[in-house]
Design a protein around this ligand. Sequence first.
Ligand code: AMP
Ligand code: ZN
Length: 139
Amino acid sequence: MTEDCLFCKIVSGKIPSYRVYEDDSVYAFLDIYPASEGHTLVAPKKHFGNFTDMRAEDVTTLFEAARKITAAVEKAFSAEGSNIGINNGEVAGQEVPHVHVHVIPRKKGDGGRGIKSIVWTETDTANLEGTAEKIRKAL
Ligand code: AMP
Ligand code: ZN
């Protein structure tokens, strides 16, 4: 629990939320400004500011919960698919610095687009092998 973290307060019940799922390590609740009906946030109970701060077992638990919740949200709202994602860091649009997975149900004709509509920068693709090598080296 981090004292002035909004989602730590939601997880601990200090701030009310529309809970949809809870287990020992995960808390899922409705986004109060939903991108579509049923938009749910899936958060680890433990405070991690950033996705890359998480340990393997915490990631496994979080994403298994996100998978289950995605199936439920799609069923509940007769959605044909969904976008599942994390805004990782302020530059990527993260407003609440406590890791959470967005589950946004999608329907045909809803006017939304896919994940590459978040950002599109002109990128030189002539040397993708060099790009891959940079990432391999950083791992
Ligand atoms: P992000 O930009 O990825 O950090 O997402 C934060 C999300 O939290 C936004 O989609 C907000 O609509 C949502 N949000 C902010 N305050 C609350 C709250 N009190 N309860 C539920 N969702 C919230
Ligand atoms: Zn927190």
